[in-house]
Design a protein around this ligand. Structure first.
Ligand code: AMP
Length: 207
């Protein structure tokens, strides 16, 4: 069985704080604000929308870059699997994602947007893991390279929980055992009601 990854549960309050920090970093840089935001799907959508709101930017375009398959399992090389949902030629663009881990998704996305004719391309991520081979122009919080964690973002909560609970169930099924494994091995404190709700959909968790 794959090991349970170390996890960090992120709250909506964390998300709000990261969006505020990104806004401040972008404004403090003193450069002309972007005209279009490119949101990487799926992890970058909520961050993109929050940054667009704070900066007063109305144009948001989507781009799909895929790298990680199920929770905390890399899926080979990163690739752009669905192109830009709208044109960016002649635009000042900011590409936004939730986290740079290897950094490959954001690197590819920036190259893709540049090749599509944007005048300038900057990038931003809520979180930046220091091991990433690509450093975004702006980030809200840096995670040291030796402190790697899988961040359970609120917009990915049920998907991550399903994967992590299934892994934990291999160590010992039953909701109490799963909850204990998630807490002690993954560092994730999951409310019992959430596991009960998940088990209604995934009865195999009960053993
Ligand atoms: P990467 O290309 O490795 O920088 O990561 C691509 C995408 O996978 C990120 O935008 C996230 O949506 C997801 N991801 C990668 N690493 C993590 C992590 N440590 N925690 C949460 N999500 C991650």
């Amino acid at each position: 069985m794959d090991e349970l990854p170390r996890c960090r549960g992120a709250t909506w309050a964390d998300v709000d704080r990261w969006a505020d920090r990104l806004e401040a970093a972008i404004r403090d840089a003193g450069r002309p604000l972007p005209q279009t935001l490119v949101g990487l799907t799926r992890g970058g959508w909520v961050p993109t929308r929050l940054v667009a709101d704070r900066l007063g930017i109305h144009r948001v375009v989507s781009l799909r870059a895929q790298h990680w398959g199920v929770t905390a399992t890399p899926d080979g090389a990163a690739a752009v699997t669905e192109g830009l949902s709208g044109p960016v030629r002649g635009e000042r663009v900011l590409v936004v994602d939730d986290i740079t881990d290897t950094g490959e998704s954001l690197r590819l996305a920036v190259e893709h947007v540049r090749a599509a004719g944007a005048t300038s391309v900057e990038s931003a991520a809520f979180l930046h893991i220091a091991r990433a081979s690509f450093r975004p122009t702006y980030w809200a919080e840096e995670i040291p390279r030796d402190a790697w964690v899988w961040v359970v973002f609120p917009w990915n909560y049920w998907e991550d929980l399903a994967t992590l609970a299934a892994k934990a169930a291999e160590l010992g099924p039953g909701l109490e055992a799963i909850r204990t494994s998630l807490r002690t091995r993954a560092g994730l404190d999951v409310p019992p009601a959430d596991l009960e709700r998940l088990a209604r959909r995934l009865p195999a968790l009960l053993g």
